[in-house]
Design a protein around this ligand. Structure first.
Ligand SMILES: Nc1ncnc2c1ncn2[C@@H]1O[C@H](COP(=O)(O)OP(=O)(O)OP(=O)(O)O)[C@@H](O)[C@H]1O
Ligand SMILES: O=P(O)(O)OC[C@H]1O[C@H](OP(=O)(O)OP(=O)(O)O)[C@H](O)[C@@H]1O
Length: 230
């Protein structure tokens, strides 16, 4: 039996993921064809490595087609419906840190909290003839935070697949929900994070799919977590 560990094939999480496994004693043998998205681990024939995009890793963990994967917690929570029952976050890896936040224009001087934003949302239609628009690619996290946690119901999500911080200035949204790490993109676009507007502090994690599997595979997974958490 083999278990499959998926690692990001590109982007900011790729190199750190490989390094984290190597520090845990899992040395990845590069495939003979560098364009291949499959690899093996030295002296661990029961482990197969698959390279794929970070969001695809989250999706496939949710569907149970992978055993383990390294991806961001934000992508886990956003991509997988009912994520707590489908996957388990087994190790936080200390890189890929970023916060998913609610930010509003700096010019909104009297809006500093989610309660202030609730007031704005409630008045928005009367004042502007439409609902408050939130630009984001984090639909699920936004709905959970606004509707379930803060009881804000009157808003509209405008899907943004990039340059989200530009949406308020461009006039396509009023506020945003996006990732920030250094804060420089928010500052450059004259946006401020609400005082209680941190939805999630995310980092790269090793995540396990919660599907039934053989005791041999369970043991292989446990040994990977033990090595990483050692
Ligand atoms: N400054 C940052 N901007 C965006 N994402 C970041 C940042 N810092 C860390 N991350 C994390 O990196 C992950 C996304 O990584 P990356 O952008 O490499 O993926 P991607 O290649 O865009 O993935 P996909 O192709 O699946 O969308 C997310 O979990 C995110 O939280
Ligand atoms: O707080 P900061 O350090 O400014 O980082 C945050 C920005 O970085 C990411 O964009 P990036 O330009 O990396 O492109 P991406 O959206 O394609 O990941 C992210 O989407 C934010 O816009």
């Amino acid at each position: 039996m083999t278990i499959t560990i998926a690692l990001p094939s590109k982007g900011r999480l790729k190199e750190d993921s490989i390094a984290a496994l190597e520090r845990a004693g899992l040395k990845i043998i590069a495939p003979s064809d560098a364009r291949s998205y499959r690899a093996r681990v030295e002296n661990r024939d029961e482990i197969e490595i698959a390279y794929m995009s970070a969001s695809e890793i989250a999706r496939e963990l949710g569907e149970g087609t992978l055993d383990l994967g390294v991806t961001g917690e934000d992508l886990v929570q956003e991509t997988i419906a009912d994520w707590e029952n489908r996957v388990a976050i087994g190790a936080r890896l200390g890189f890929g840190r970023a916060d998913v936040i609610v930010a509003v224009p700096e010019a909104w001087l009297d809006v500093d909290t989610m309660a202030d934003l609730d007031d704005v949302a409630a008045e928005f239609r009367q004042r502007h003839g439409r609902r408050l628009r939130i630009a984001t690619k984090y639909w699920r996290l936004t709905q959970k935070f606004f509707s379930s946690q803060h009881g804000i119901q009157v808003y509209r999500i405008v899907e943004s697949l990039g340059a989200t911080e530009g949406a308020p200035a461009a006039g396509s949204a009023d506020v945003i929900v996006d990732i920030t790490s250094t804060g420089s993109t928010l500052r450059a676009n004259k946006l401020k994070i609400l005082d209680d507007g941190i939805i999630l502090r995310s980092e790269a994690c090793l995540v396990q799919s919660l599907k039934p599997r053989s005791s041999q595979d369970e043991a292989a997974i446990a040994s990977v977590f033990a090595a990483l958490n050692a």
